[in-house]
Design a protein around this ligand. Sequence first.
Ligand code: HEM
Length: 149
Amino acid sequence: MTAPRPLRRWILPVLALAVVSVAWSTAPTQDGPELHDLMRGVKKSLRTVGDALKDPAGDAQALEALAEMEVLLLASKGHDPTNLSEVERADRESHRAAYRADMARTLITALELEIAILEGRRDAAAEMLRGPLLQQRNDGHDKYQPADG
Ligand code: HEM
């Protein structure tokens, strides 16, 4: 069995953060990278997955980028939505919960994409990327980015 390719060095602290986030799953984790930095990483991974799926020999690269995306989404889930202070105080807990659920759903979509690639269903994976994943990104940004952002 070949050794897995090393993930980029910066991913390890993020992975550690994600593990802490899971361990403290009842409280949002605000330590570690800021949400906008995690999101930039998600964007980069998404682009790599999209490009790799156009390359018939790109499965390994797509899987590596998806592994990164999943860690970043898991870490993102531990943050508060950026527009929380714009929401009425009485609605903040439900807004926070909705954000967390939506980020969890996006993580599930990334995992479904991974499963599709592992099972040789590349066309289905590309469809999931173009459809649900981009839809969840757009909806998440509409709901949780600040009004001026
Ligand atoms: C594949 C999916 C996604 C991609 C590629 C993506 C990408 C991005 C990018 C590029 C930014 C701007 C970062 C910056 O330069 O400041 C951003 C910001 C943000 N995204 Fe996402 N996103 C995704 C999914 C989501 C989801 C599902 C949610 C919510 C459930 C979400 C919530 C946010 C929020 C709240 C911000 C503002 C962060 C801040 O400035 O504090 N995103 N995202």
